[in-house]
Write a protein that binds this ligand. Structure first.
Ligand code: GYE
Length: 321
């Protein structure tokens, strides 16, 4: 019967687990680390057949990728959703095909037709950036806070959470957010937005918040070209998210004041979920990554975010390595 045939097929491919992964794209250092993590965990050596699709930040391509995985009848589908809406129909198709979906990194808002999600609390990251800036400006006696925000990809849960979290603290403290535009999580996008900000707001801002490190690198290039100083010895406080290796190097050199980590190495936790499903147990619906808040100066030891105290880590060469 059909199940005997399926068993025979399983035996023939040596119980290889076939996985389709619809990745966001290749827009940032964070993304490269995430892709490398998945490719090393879901390797042939480890007993997996990984179908990897780089969706190049295009939601339509991502939906097609998932439908392609259904056609290939993979055993599991991993989705890192470029945007958080527009998922219910295709997830229903996955469900009807009997293929379990695991969501990684960004979240889905309009459907719960997936088994588990593994990722970060983006709102918390935004709140942490705000709480740090509050404590830092207090410690430095800076009362006038004028902020420019360079957002991530519009509609990505990472953009939404970081924007909302930071804005909550900005509003509570009466800070002036001069502008908030998307740089699409890329270095070129960060540079372009910063160049246009400098044209409109030169001399009016003392804080730049970039929603990922690559945007911060672009913003640094734009400020440098315009003769604007930033970082611990500069006129502009520079805040970033991700804490990729190059980001941490800039925190260590003092170019970036604070960097709020987003841990891209989620694949081992996704593998755990898959192994639990293979053995017939029920994995947790949500798995959160552990993250650190990185700074250059040793003037504040911790901040309280959402009522929870969390240490600040001063970046040293050892941490970068
Ligand atoms: O911060 C950014 C990447 O979804 C959390 O996507 C991720 C974000 C990350 O492009 O660098």
């Amino acid at each position: 019967d059909a199940s005997d045939a399926a068993d025979a097929a399983d035996a023939a491919d040596g119980d290889v687990i076939k996985i389709g992964f619809a990745q966001v794209g290749h827009e940032s250092d964070w993304r490269t680390a995430s892709t490398n993590s998945a490719q090393s965990i879901f390797s042939a050596e480890n007993g997996y057949d990984l179908q990897f699709v780089d969706c190049d930040q295009d939601s339509a391509v991502q939906l097609e990728a998932v439908r392609g995985f259904i056609e290939q009848d993979v055993d599991y589908i991993i989705i890192d959703p470029i945007v958080s809406t527009g998922w219910d129909t295709v997830l229903t198709e996955c469900e009807e095909a009997g293929i379990p979906v695991i969501v990684i990194d960004r979240t889905i808002d309009d459907s719960d037709k997936y088994i588990s999600w593994v990722g970060s609390n983006f709102k918390n990251e935004g709140l942490a950036a705000g709480e740090w800036l509050k404590a830092y400006t207090d410690a430095k006696g800076i009362s006038d806070v004028n902020v420019l925000v360079i957002e991530g990809t519009t509609g990505a849960s990472a953009q939404i959470g970081r924007t909302d979290g930071f804005k909550e603290i900005a509003d509570a403290n009466g800070w002036n957010i001069l502008d908030s535009q998307t740089g699409d999580f890329t270095q070129a996008g960060g540079q372009e937005v910063m160049e246009s900000y400098i044209k409109s707001y030169e001399g009016q801002f003392n804080v730049v918040v970039c929603q990922n490190d690559n945007e911060a690198f672009g913003a640094m290039d734009a400020m440098k070209a315009a003769g604007i100083s930033y970082g611990v010895d500069g006129d502009v406080i520079l805040i970033s998210f991700d804490a990729c290796t190059a980001g941490l190097e800039y925190v260590m050199s003092g170019d970036i004041n604070a960097d709020f980590e987003c841990n891209p190495l989620a694949a081992p936790f996704v593998e755990d979920v898959i192994q639990q499903l293979e053995s017939g147990s029920t994995p947790d619906k949500e798995v959160y990554m552990v993250e650190h808040w990185y700074v250059n100066e040793d003037i504040l030891s911790s901040i309280t975010v959402n009522g929870e105290e969390q240490e600040l880590t001063v970046v040293t060469q050892e941490i970068v390595d």
